[in-house]
Design a protein around this ligand. Structure first.
Ligand code: AMP
Length: 452
């Protein structure tokens, strides 16, 4: 399969070539022709599948055929759950559209609104936005949608998890009824299908989640350890295993800061990324990590979601997440595209409930490995596999309350995920983010450029 066959024109094919892509990924091969035909699309695809180009390339193609945007009017709106994802999508739009005359801009909360208003006034064919800031701009009459042709919801499941459903509904209400809708989500949960009902018309459904669980190999184990000795054990694992880099997950923002400081004190270069960090600090931490200037990135679940980080050999669950599905997302950060990754959990006796929930979700007991010097004084009780089906919509509320970017007055972005919006289990499928793509990361200065 070649990009030439998909119906894209020369300036876009040139940009694809500039990126060094030789053939379309599975999602691209399926989504691009359907979108070019004007179909609504519902695609189940995770980060790493090439989904961004899957919607961006045909979107650019369609827009390049029409009239350019007028002041404060946009022709395509891409909504993303987080600032980082918005910035990444915006960068992709710039790269893939570099030989076209279309204009794009990105808006998200946590930075000044005025420059964003000015950019919109200059006209933008494509607006990439997080929902809260987009509503702020709309309420301030900085943006209008009379000319809107295409709406993209990226990582729709995460948007629901983060409690954006009301913002999304408000946004849908202000858009012209006649438009093309593209819905991207890691899974098609009942909640996503519900959302889709009021959104897409007769969509083409695409799923690039592989059917079997062997496509990706992630070696998983846990170290039973006393809570207060976790950092010490982590430092030993990093040193003994000579790890180049690892992504360490903390359940709380405070925890992420503390782990980072302790690693730094032990001479291990680390940075934290979470919702209380300024946009600049988050961008810097991410680019430092991508460039190898720091060895350990300590992240909370919400901050890490959707980050386009190269495949990592090690993912560490410093704490088990309160929501079992987050474990699956976390370990999906390693072992992409056929390589073996390691997902290591440090588990204290008081995390037994979370462990049971994860094992029930994944239908797999996690192997226990005891470290001689870290035998816990509080033993982690044995678990048995609970094979009863999981009822949807009964998750625990995650502890981290404010990791989502804050998006101005009245915006929902600072809220914790709504407990009712959690995905029900689809463990096998979610465990295997297959067909992942590897490509060298973009230069961080460009990728993370602030909005105009
Ligand atoms: P995404 O799933 O959109 O986050 O993309 C994951 C990575 O795959 C990004 O770094 C893209 O630059 C890269 N990518 C997208 N399409 C292709 C392709 N056809 N061939 C190689 N790499 C690609």
């Amino acid at each position: 399969m070649s990009f030439n066959k998909l119906g894209l024109s020369a300036p876009i094919l040139k940009a694809i070539e500039d990126q060094g892509y030789t053939e379309p990924s599975a999602i691209q091969a399926q989504a691009i022709p359907a979108i070019l035909e004007g179909q609504d699309v519902m695609a189940a695809a995770q980060t790493g599948t090439g989904k961004t180009a899957g919607f961006t390339l045909p979107l650019l193609e369609i827009l390049s055929k029409g009239e350019n945007a007028q002041s404060n009017q946009v022709r395509a709106l891409v909504l993303t759950p987080t600032r980082e994802l918005a910035a990444q999508v915006a960068e992709s739009v710039k790269n893939y559209g570099q030989h076209l005359s279309l204009k794009s801009t990105v808006v998200f909360g946590g930075v000044k609104i005025n420059p964003q208003m000015m950019a919109l006034r200059r006209g933008a064919d494509i607006l990439i936005a997080t929902p809260g800031r987009m509503m702020d701009l709309y309420n301030q009459k900085a943006v209008r949608f009379d000319k809107l042709e295409i709406l993209v919801l990226d990582e729709a499941d995460r948007m629901l998890d983060m409690g954006f459903i009301h913002d999304i509904k408000k946004i849908l209400a202000i858009l012209p009824k006649k438009r093309q809708n593209l819905l991207f989500s890691a899974t098609f949960s009942p909640e996503i299908r519900q959302l889709a009902k009021g959104l897409v018309n007769n969509p083409i459904e695409i799923s690039v989640t592989p059917r079997n669980a062997t496509a990706v190999s992630v070696e998983q184990w846990l170290h039973p350890v006393d809570k207060k000795r976790k950092t010490e054990l982590l430092i030993q694992l990093i040193a003994d295993g000579r790890w180049d880099q690892a992504l360490v997950f903390s359940r709380t923002k405070h925890g992420a800061n503390k782990i980072t400081k302790q690693l730094e004190d032990a001479g291990i270069r680390a940075s934290a990324i979470h919702g209380n960090k300024s946009q600049g600090a988050r961008t810097r931490a991410l680019s430092d990590f991508k460039e190898g200037r720091i060895r350990i990135l300590v992240a909370t679940d919400i901050a890490a979601r959707g980050l386009d980080i190269e495949q990592l050999p090690h993912v560490v669950n410093f704490d088990l997440p309160d929501v079992a599905e987050d474990y699956v997302h976390r370990i999906g950060r390693t072992g992409r595209a056929g390589a073996t990754g390691k997902a290591i959990s440090l588990v204290a006796a008081d995390e037994l409930d979370q462990l049971r929930a994860i094992e029930r979700l994944t239908q797999k007991l996690i192997e226990r490995r005891y470290e001689d010097d870290f035998m816990p004084t509080h033993m982690l009780p044995d678990t048995t596999l609970d094979t009863r089906p999981i009822k949807p919509n009964k998750p625990k509320r995650p502890r981290e309350q404010t990791n989502a970017p804050r998006q101005g007055n009245g915006a929902k972005q600072g809220n914790a995920p709504k407990s009712g919006n959690r995905r029900p289990s689809a463990p096998k499928a979610e465990m295997t983010p297959g067909q992942g793509l590897r490509s060298k990361p973009l230069a961080p200065a460009r990728r993370n450029r602030k909005p105009d």
